[in-house]
Design a protein around this ligand. Structure first.
Ligand code: SAH
Ligand code: CA
Length: 243
């Protein structure tokens, strides 16, 4: 079989649990833990949208290694990845955080305030495409961001990519979340139809899987960036702007 699967160490759910228990949970910031638990309680199923604790730690490490100061977040929800970012940035760090859903952000804001990092966040309650366009139209924002985290609808990833390549500096990083889409990117359409047989959101899930495959192929062939599709969480693709 292609891809040397014997080199992928994560073979069982127990192994993921081991990573969480021995490392990730022990190092999770108190307010991140509170926010994660409150989100599960209040949003049930939708809480799976938040990045898991091991991925949050990878993003935090990356931001610190890069010395990131200015970031963009597309898709905030209750703010797990946003709070992770705010905690990783220096005191004068700045995040432009965009979401059409203010209610979920307000729910998480309590925890962000308690952690004392709300001053680093400029939340904009709007459609991300128009906000990024406004930023691009402001000359002094061009090429000033170190990092962007994109976690909204897959169908929009390509157009955000074009916008973010203008806003993120050369050498900066754009991270795209859920690029393995529960593993469905590696399934045939027949398998998908079988597995999702009477799932209430079947058509939406299949469409998003197709959009994700399309995006992954596009990114792998884009010479303006270097990229790495990391198999953590639901898959996160890290792109470093080369020119
Ligand atoms: N990063 C978050 C999860 C984001 S879930 C975390 O780790 O917790 C995806 C979010 O994208 C949702 O809150 C949804 O409201 C938002 N979203 C979807 N389409 C959008 C758009 N066009 N513009 C801005 N936000 C959008
Ligand atoms: Ca996500």
């Amino acid at each position: 079989m292609a891809g040397e699967p014997e080199k992928n160490i994560l073979k069982t759910p127990a192994l993921l649990e081991y990573i969480f228990q021995t490392n990730s949970y022990r190092r999770e910031h108190e307010q991140l833990k509170e926010l994660r638990e409150a989100t599960v309680k209040n949003y049930n199923q939708s809480s799976v949208m938040g990045v898991p604790v091991d991925e949050g730690q990878l993003l935090s490490m990356l931001l610190k290694v890069m010395n990131a100061k200015r970031t963009i977040e597309v898709g905030v929800f209750t703010g797990y990845s946003l709070l992770t970012t705010a905690l990783a940035l220096p005191a004068d760090g700045h995040i432009v955080a965009i979401d059409t859903n203010r209610e979920a952000f307000d729910f998480g804001l309590e925890f962000i305030k308690k952690a004392g990092v709300d001053n680093k966040i400029n939340f904009i309650n709007s459609d991300a495409y128009s906000v990024l366009n406004d930023l691009i139209n402001n000359e002094k924002e061009i090429g000033t961001f170190d990092f962007a985290f994109v976690d909204a609808m897959k169908v929009d990833f390509k157009k955000y990519h074009e916008q973010l390549l203008k806003l993120v500096k050369i050498g900066g990083v754009i991270a795209y979340d859920n690029t393995l889409w529960s593993g469905t990117v590696a399934q045939t359409l027949e398998e998908l139809h079988q597995n999702l047989n009477d799932h209430p959101s079947r058509d939406m899930l299949i469409k998003a899987r197709n959009d994700t495959q399309d995006f992954n192929t596009f990114i792998a062939n884009d010479p303006r960036i270097e990229s790495s599709l990391v198999s953590i969480g639901d898959g996160v693709t890290l792109c470093r702007r080369v020119y």
